[in-house]
Design a protein around this ligand. Sequence first.
Ligand SMILES: Nc1nc(=O)c2c([nH]1)NC[C@@H]1CN(c3ccc(C(=O)N[C@@H](CCC(=O)O)C(=O)O)cc3)CN21
Ligand SMILES: CC(C)C(=O)C(=O)O
Ligand SMILES: [Mg+2]
Length: 264
Amino acid sequence: MSKITCSTLLKFKQQGKKFTALTAYDASFAHAFDSEGVEVLLVGDSLGMVLQGHDDTLPVTTADIAYHTRCVRRGISHALLIADMPFMSYASAEQAMTNAALLMQAGANMVKVEGGHWLLETVTKLTERGIPVCAHLGLTPQSVHVFGGFKVQGRDADNAQRILDEAKALQAAGAQLLVLECIPASLAKTITQALSIPVIGIGAGADTDGQILVMHDVLGISSGYIPRFSKNYLKQTGEIRSAIRAYIDEVAAGTFPGEEHTFN
Ligand SMILES: Nc1nc(=O)c2c([nH]1)NC[C@@H]1CN(c3ccc(C(=O)N[C@@H](CCC(=O)O)C(=O)O)cc3)CN21
Ligand SMILES: CC(C)C(=O)C(=O)O
Ligand SMILES: [Mg+2]
């Protein structure tokens, strides 16, 4: 197997082949996930919650993400490695350049940023300067205090239309990948069909091009609240590598996410 790139994922979308993504924060898990065939690994700012024990992702710094990106990079042979840009590390386009450069130099293949229209100029500038961008819409956890909690987004017609418009605009600005988090399945399907770039869903139904989960949820070791869209694959398999294989197989077959993991 050769290295996964954005063009590999684009080909998968065009072929209708579903792909799998997982968060990873260290070399050992990254190596296990990569060698089982997970196509995309994300050093998510979810590490603020699952590694650091915070209630949200806001305390995470660029230095934190850079450290874990260096760790994960050493475990990867094939997977595409995305690094999350933390809260306020891309508040201006200039800050975004500086901080995205640090994450690319730490070993990321692409950076991920949360937001819509306000980010268009930043996405274009990053892409023009050689940094591939994954966009992230819907429940963007860095805005949890604006949303008033981790709540499903895009349920009313106005917000659904805005998210669709932002997805198209981000693609036009140069984004090569899009994550949709916690939106109704029907909206995620519409956006996935409207875009030429691959769309990865989490709590966004079964019709996106790929799926992503937080590794701690897949392995059933998240403390505190476990989102209803996630699935503990360790319970049914009893072994970490088998759990990852089951997740990959169910995504490829289209059986994960099921109705019980989906918002309407
Ligand atoms: N362990 C873990 N898993 C995740 O998926 C995750 C993190 N941490 N940390 C960063 C963000 C935060 N995420 C979250 C956290 C909670 C909900 C949640 O409580 N969702 C409700 C929906 C409530 C509604 O209907 O509006 C749910 O029932 O799942 C969703 C996403 C997703 N990400
Ligand atoms: C859940 C994914 C999409 C994420 O952004 C993270 O892990 O931080
Ligand atoms: Mg994140």
